[in-house]
Design a protein around this ligand. Sequence first.
Ligand code: ATP
Length: 640
Amino acid sequence: MEIEFRVCPESVRQAKRIFVERGELPALPLATPILHSWKRCREHHVAAERLLPPEEGVVETLILEQARQSVEEWLRLARPVLEGVFGGFDTSRSVLIVADTQGLIVEAVGNSSFLERAQRVHLARGAIWHEGVRGTNAVGTAIAEGAPVEVLGPEHYLSCNEFLACTAAPIFDGTGRLVAVLDVSCDWHDHHPHTRALVDTAVRLIENHAIVARHRGLRIHLHRDAHALGSFVDDAIVCVDDDGRVVAANSAARRLFSLRHEELGAVPLERLFRRAAPVPRGDEPVLLYDPQGNPLYARFEGRRARVVIRRADPAPANDALAELDTGDEALRRVIAQARRVLDKDIPILLRGESGVGKELFAQALHRSSPRRDKPFVAVNCAALPEALIEAELFGYAPGAYTGARREGSLGRIREAHGGTLFLDEIGDMPLALQGRLLRVLETKEVVPLGGKPVRVEFALIAATHRDLPAEVEAGRFRADLYYRLAGLTLTLPPLRERSDLPVLVERILRACAPDRDLRLAPEVAAAFAAHSWPGNVRELAQALRVAAALVDEEEMVIGWEALPEGLAAALKQRTSMSPSLPQGQEETLELATLSRAAIERALVASRGNRTAAARRLGISRATLYRKLREMGSTPAQAAG
Ligand SMILES: Nc1ncnc2c1ncn2[C@@H]1O[C@H](COP(=O)(O)OP(=O)(O)OP(=O)(O)O)[C@@H](O)[C@H]1O
């Protein structure tokens, strides 16, 4: 494979020569760690023009054995990981290296023909690849930088190493202490562009396995994306002692929470989060918020500590957009785009099916913008009779027409002066009015009926569920107005495409019943996940509001009986058609037909505790009692 150089190898060689001779930094776009390393090498008078490798820095067997023992635990953890990660990778022309914290190679495995070539430059067991000895190289530079590094061909400081392409990443323990370095080296003609990703993955896995093996207390696995949580390799992991202090964290977690090495062992867990469930139940992911208010999904593993994380608002004040971020990637991208134009006077056009939350999004945009203290004025262009829209929008002078208020009316546009005007269902605005609105947007003046022009200034957000370009094509919407409105078009995803349904459900339930810890029964949650939600978040919010009102006072779990009738029927129909439900839910679905066997099984599994059995079945305790009565059965062991 032809190597992919950041710049042409010959230019790198020349630039290096000039740098070594005169200390002039090259104008080439070389990676920063390479430039840093060249500077260190020059300062330490490392001889670059060596055609033969330095003979110093090769240790005796005894020292090598000691070094090996110091990383033995890590080698043991690394072996299965390396087999797994590099198993399908063509390692026939490369060497896999593990070095200690001084760059001493303690393990080098690979194909014998390349090992021989590597041996000639001492890229082998017992040799030290510290920068001070061998100049810029992946192992030594990764140690110096404390970060993964790729060193390709002539980026190596010593001429004799220019035939190599090396990719290395430091391995840290859970306290952020460097413990070893993993490296893959080959002839640079054989370099594979995926090597870096493989080395990174292997190191993350080794670090994560080590943290799990070493810390037996409470571990919290975290991820921004609910679906990715549990992938293990990408999880941020924090370990907590019985006093609720964070004692270890993997690299991802240290980055996520900006945790410094010296803070581990001292930081209370609650400093990492703005809100959390005080006592996590079972293995379900829990929604937490980082200190910036961004959502994080968490799974609690290992021994449960008496950890209580204080409750706080999920998002900082003034960041209403962050509140809408419940973990869906598409929505998160839309929020990020919106943020970029918040204070830029660019009109925003929101698109999306009915009920996806366009108005809520527009309000959040306003509340996150510098105009948050000024009015937010919403006008539904579809709901107003055509004859009234004009007066409603543009206002009228006193006595402008019969039946009008004597004192006149400002009109919605002028009410929005200094703030935000939200034109909902703009696609339904009559053609005649579109011209007048366009004029206001162009001249920044409103002419009230029977009055004089008045200057106005506002941020504009329009929304529609219609395909406006198609409406323009069909002649129902003015092209010039469309281009005026669509400074930035943002499309909100329909609920069926969102990956954050469980979080949304939790949020809405918390808003409906802040004092209760309401949640969906597992089979209801599964049916929700399978439902297509034609009414989008509106339909979901409505269903949950009804459910929160109907569910028994002492009940925490929302079962079928608390759902609006039409929705429950639609969900059940859909679920019964569903070919594969997750294991463990058959029991609860059988209960939909209220089979005696399902109830009995749940009672046995709950050791006769009816409250637990009802929860298992996803019904209220009252319903379970009713069913038992109908079955004419009150099993003797039933209690609770
Ligand atoms: N993220 C959310 N969290 C809680 N409730 C939401 C969320 N998004 C929308 N809703 C609720 O859904 C309903 C519909 O929201 P909204 O009116 O913003 O949707 P819309 O896209 O503007 O609908 P339409 O196109 O029909 O005007 C509202 O009751 C709102 O409270």
